[in-house]
Write a protein that binds this ligand. Structure first.
Ligand SMILES: NC(=O)c1ccc[n+]([C@@H]2O[C@H](COP(=O)([O-])OP(=O)(O)OC[C@H]3O[C@@H](n4cnc5c(N)ncnc54)[C@H](OP(=O)(O)O)[C@@H]3O)[C@@H](O)[C@H]2O)c1
Length: 243
């Protein structure tokens, strides 16, 4: 069924692909920060909305979310501006969006948030991690300490919210390669990258998966058709996020 969706981080590499997938059959709005991105958004069959996570108040985001069925959050500082900006966008920006959804006066939209694989309480190690996972995890954490920390704080904040339905998607390293419609979903070993196209396809499928509420879902490169992998993961009902 056609839904009203709005994408925070609308000009991002995943978000543009998501808008192109959803645009023909859904009413898509994309939140961007500059008029320079307007033509790309319109070419992706979406309608631009101008707001910055760093500047606009919570109330402006609540107003933008009013009447929407789904809010996607796929924004991030992308390593530009140092740890302070990672905190401002990936954590404070995300919390602003959570607060804004709570501030919607009508029915609250669902939130589908893009986080990252291995975001977790650093004291808790997934039971299925092997030696290679531990080595990859240690390397990622050493290289992206602030990123992993603020993504964790954002996801932890979201995991405590009950006023609206939410789902977290946790992709591995992203590539710009073609989509395969296949992946490994849930309790994933680290290392296999996944294309932004397959992440966007998974996000699009999640628009119709209200039954994924409260779940955080690992997504890495693999061989299982994405829709089948989602069915299996959701039926099992075990989140991948270790708070
Ligand atoms: N790179 C990886 O390997 C990897 C792996 C796992 C997860 N992720 C996560 O995946 C998500 C999306 O990836 P991507 O490749 O699509 O990233 P991207 O292309 O860098 O997109 C991020 C978007 O966030 C927007 N943004 C930044 N600051 C903002 C602000 N103050 N207000 C509103 N929007 C703002 C950017 O807008 P502008 O275009 O205006 O700067 C950009 O469009 C990110 O959250 C990232 O952390 C990445």
């Amino acid at each position: 069924m056609s839904k009203k969706v709005i994408i925070v981080g609308g000009h991002g590499n995943i978000s543009l692909r998501l808008a192109r997938i959803l645009g023909p059959t859904h009413a898509v709005k994309s939140i961007i920060r500059t008029r320079d991105h307007e033509s790309d958004i319109k070419a992706a069959s979406a309608e631009p909305v101008y707001l910055s996570l760093e500047d606009a108040p919570v109330s402006a985001f609540s107003a933008a979310f009013e009447g929407q069925d789904v809010v996607y959050f796929s924004a991030g500082a992308g390593g530009k501006g140092g740890p302070e900006r990672t905190k401002a966008v990936d954590y404070e920006g995300a919390v602003k969006v959570f607060d804004a959804i709570e501030g919607v006066s009508g029915p609250k939209p669902r939130l589908i948030l893009v986080s990252a694989i291995d975001v977790r309480n650093p004291e808790r190690i997934p039971s299925y991690y092997d030696e290679k996972d531990l080595a990859v995890s240690a390397r990622m954490r050493a290289a992206m300490d602030a990123y992993m920390h603020w993504k964790y704080e954002a996801d932890k904040n979201l995991a405590n919210r009950t006023a609206f339905k939410w789902t977290i998607l946790r992709p591995s390293t992203l590539t710009d390669g073609p989509g395969t419609d296949r992946a490994t979903i849930g309790k994933a070993h680290l290392g296999a990258p996944v294309s932004r196209e397959d992440v966007a396809k998974t996000l699009a499928l999640l628009a119709d998966r209200e039954d994924a509420a409260g779940l955080a879902i690992d997504l890495v490169g693999g061989d299982v058709p994405i829709d089948t992998g989602l069915d299996t993961f959701i039926a099992r009902g075990e989140t991948d996020f270790l708070v």
